[in-house]
Design a protein around this ligand. Structure first.
Ligand code: C5P
Length: 219
């Protein structure tokens, strides 16, 4: 079974995807990681984010193990890392070079320790539309920009990182804008996706609703 969970930054996709992966015994691919891996390499080497050729080169060379290695860096999940990911993800040449790596995971899904899985759950922006249009279950998770900014802000603080709510909100809005206006893969729900607005829902409520959606689809 393939499940895709798409939606804007900080809508709760990661938490929901991990919980669903555990419940259904699926491998989990957080596709934002491919863009974070490319963006981080530019940041670490002081390469300007506008250097499209270098971003494309880093995307071309990216492998799954390399991405996992880069994900251990403290800045991988930082606000700067998220910003860099968002910028490089807007380059069509970067997206094109990262397509096969993302699509192939569905053919050969593996857990974090390398053991094979019977299916996968994808989390991203375009996984139900571009990466896995064949997925059996597609959920588009969303929430108001204020709620999402508050969640992201709380995450940074919980990790001991410094953060400013208004800055996080501005960043969430800027990322939405870039994600929505990409010509090759604009962030939008697939025609057959179920839309889940989590603004007024707890993590448990979101999970229970998503399980209902999955059960209804696979019946
Ligand atoms: O989800 P996450 O915040 O880790 O994603 C980092 C950035 O990568 C996002 O802001 C988005 O612009 C980009 N992204 C994308 N397509 C995906 C996943 C993430 O463009 N499938």
């Amino acid at each position: 079974m393939i499940i895709t969970i798409d939606g804007p930054a900080a809508a709760g996709k990661g938490t929901l995807s991990s919980k669903l992966a555990e419940k259904y015994g699926l491998a989990y691919f957080d596709t934002g990681m491919v863009y974070r891996a490319v963006g981080l390499q530019l940041l670490k080497n002081n390469v300007d984010l506008s250097d499209i050729a270098t971003a494309e080169k880093r995307a071309e060379e990216l492998t799954f193990p390399k991405m996992m290695e880069l994900s251990k860096d403290r800045d991988f999940r930082s606000a700067e890392g998220g910003h860099a990911a968002s910028v490089v993800s807007s380059y069509p040449g970067v997206r094109a070079r990262l397509l096969d790596m993302q699509k192939n995971f569905a053919k050969n899904p593996v857990f974090a320790d390398g053991t094979p899985a019977n299916g996968a759950i994808y989390d991203g922006r375009d996984t139900g539309t571009v990466i896995c249009p064949q997925a059996e279950v597609k959920i588009f998770v969303t929430a108001s920009s204020e709620v999402r900014a508050k969640r992201r802000y709380d995450e940074f603080i919980a990790k001991g990182m410094s953060a400013d709510y208004n800055q996080v909100l501005a960043d969430v809005k800027a990322r939405d804008e870039r994600d929505a206006n990409r010509k090759d893969a604009p962030m939008k729900p697939a025609d057959d996706a179920v839309i889940l607005d989590t603004s007024d829902m707890s993590i448990e409520e979101v999970f229970n609703k998503a399980v209902e959606i999955v059960e209804a689809k696979i019946k």
